[in-house]
Design a protein around this ligand. Structure first.
Ligand code: EPU
Length: 322
């Protein structure tokens, strides 16, 4: 375990925002978790957070260094919560285990994949998570949560219901010994998929074509969630905007494309202060250089108000504002 005092969080958030924290603790596998007083913020890869001020408390994170994946039995893989998710995806393919390839190049850690129920290209972490081992910072004990215990939904989990409470130390995924390509997402139709590695590489290229390169511009990936609306709302908007992409229907809900709504409202490529809307993908807000969290939030609020006026839909951020 490493402890730092009054340190900049810039290297710990992918937006590259230069906020400070009073204390930062980085845990390694096997560390005991000491009792923690005051405000506590649990941080994964920092790819889903916007700091608008200095954090007067303790930020906890897990080291990314260790390659801690272990095959438990046949197709169950357990990984250290701090492992970089994309490293785990590659590790599973190298070990003949399949399923995670559609989640290639998602930023963040194994632990965050469970908190956020990360998803892309027709797959979500919840489709593979068998169980989650977390340290309860309130009751000071370990818990093992089954998939059902985790309350997974679109970009949601039990862990989001109790911010700062559960430190996810390990996640177990149930994978497949055979590669059965999942090409259900429309954009994947024509991608090469003779092997899982080929599909992973193609998905990685596709994802990066829509996102800023992290070494050039900070961002948090999709800034907003895709809104879930009822049939009446979907039909109303579709009648008015015939060019709107078809919604993805699950149960009685229709998932609209926030990226399209923001784009259609005219925001693509716009900047406000030092925050901008990515020219290749209106769902992504980015740091044009030395941007503050408040500039990102101001831009996000202007977008939410405008989309509300134009479409009658309230967008919600996927990123967490601190
Ligand atoms: N679109 C536009 N203009 C834009 C952006 C998108 O018209 O500026 C349209 C696209 O043409 C497409 C539709 O909106 O018809 C949906 O776009 P896309 O397939 O790129 O996916 P998304 O719904 O915008 C979600 C996830 C992404 C994930 C992709 C691919 C959320 C919030 N985002 O985006 O996740 O990579 O699907 O599966 O659910 C992330 O969470 O950080 C993330 C990148």
């Amino acid at each position: 375990m490493k402890t730092f005092a009054d340190i900049s969080l810039k290297p710990y958030n992918t937006f590259g925002i230069d906020s400070k924290v009073r204390r930062l603790i980085v845990f390694e596998p096997g560390d005991d978790i000491p009792p923690l007083e005051g405000n506590v913020l649990l941080l994964g890869g920092g790819s889903n957070v916007v700091f608008t001020k200095d954090y007067d408390g303790t930020v906890i994170t897990l080291s990314h260094s260790s390659n801690q994946a272990i095959i438990l039995s046949g197709n169950l893989v357990t990984a250290w919560g701090g492992m970089v998710m994309d490293d785990l995806v590659q590790w599973t393919l190298d070990n003949g285990l399949y399923g995670l390839e559609n989640l290639s190049a998602i930023p963040g850690t194994v632990g965050a994949s469970a908190v956020q129920n990360v998803g892309a290209y027709g797959a979500e972490a919840k489709d593979f998570i068998e169980s989650v081992e977390a340290y309860d910072l309130q009751e000071h004990r370990m818990y093992t949560f089954s998939n059902a215990d985790c309350h997974f939904a679109y970009r949601h989990s039990l862990f989001k219901e109790h911010p700062g409470r559960y430190l996810i130390l390990r996640v177990t995924y149930r994978l497949c010994n055979e590669f059965l390509p999942n090409l259900s997402y429309k954009a994947l139709e024509n991608l090469p998929h003779s092997t899982a590695q080929q599909l992973r590489n193609a998905i990685t290229d596709l994802r990066w074509s829509k996102l800023p390169r992290p070494e050039e511009h900070g961002s948090a990936g999709s800034f907003f969630k895709n809104p879930l609306v009822d049939e009446g709302t979907y039909t109303r908007i579709k009648a008015q905007y015939t060019d709107m992409p078809d919604a993805h229907k699950t149960n009685d809900e229709y998932k609209l494309s926030a990226g399209w709504l923001i784009d259609r409202a005219g925001w693509k490529g716009k900047t406000m202060g030092r925050a901008g809307v990515w020219p290749n993908n209106a769902l992504v807000l980015y740091n044009t250089g030395a941007c503050t969290g408040n500039e990102v939030v101001a831009l996000a609020q202007a977008i939410v108000a405008d989309v509300q006026t134009k479409f009658g839909i309230t967008l919600e951020p996927e990123a967490i504002i601190i």
